[in-house]
Design a binder for this molecule. Structure first.
Ligand code: 5GP
Length: 179
């Protein structure tokens, strides 16, 4: 996909993200205290940096698995259809599961993934989203934990891309087109 000329304005600094991830990990530890195994499920690809930082803050026995769902493609509009491109490697029946999402936008992706994973009979299933755009919501869904609520902007960085670029930025920025 061709990228239009743009600049990135910092929205959330690397330091603010690190502090929030640490605080969220503490809440998750309390919520899942005593678990024999927490399966942390990252939704690819946007959550890979968040999940890496989050699990390293968690003082719980954890396993990590990944799921890839498509709802966005390369266009800057959400398609309403959610498809599973890559399923989990492991079983989650009877287990404690934490689904890690980068951004909850319209909510279609998270709702679909929750429905799919609930049908496999986990003991407990919770969700965490680094970013939430409540003004964009089209289905009634909210992650158990949210890192930051943000306005309706197209964001990149900390794992999140614009046409596959900028995932390596250590901060979250909003894309501003210059032409
Ligand atoms: P939803 O199904 O909630 O509308 O879409 C969620 C997915 O859309 C996110 O996991 C993410 O991949 C993508 N998305 C939503 N907002 C943005 C954004 O601002 N930037 C990028 N790069 N992806 C976004």
């Amino acid at each position: 996909m061709a990228r239009r000329p743009y600049v990135i304005d910092e929205l959330i600094s690397a330091k603010a993200i690190a502090a929030r991830v640490e605080a969220l990990a503490k809440e998750i530890e309390i919520a899942f205290a005593g678990t024999d195994k927490l399966i942390v499920v990252g939704l690819l690809r946007g959550s890979f940096v968040f999940i890496a930082d989050l699990v390293r803050e968690l003082e719980l026995p954890v396993e990590v698995d990944f799921l890839e769902a498509s709802s966005y493609g390369n266009e800057m509009t959400s398609s309403r259809e959610v498809r599973i491109l890559k399923d989990l490697r492991g079983e989650i029946g009877g287990r404690d599961v934490l689904v890690v999402e980068d951004i909850v936008d319209t909510g279609f992706t998270l709702k679909h993934v929750i429905g799919l994973l609930e049908s496999r009979g986990p003991r407990r299933l919770e969700t965490i989203a680094l970013l939430d755009k409540p003004s964009r919501r089209e289905v009634d869904i909210k992650a158990t934990w949210t890192g930051f609520e943000i306005p309706d902007a197209f964001v990149v960085g900390y794992g999140i891309d614009y046409a596959q670029r900028n995932r390596n930025l250590p901060y979250i920025g909003s894309v501003r087109f210059t032409e």
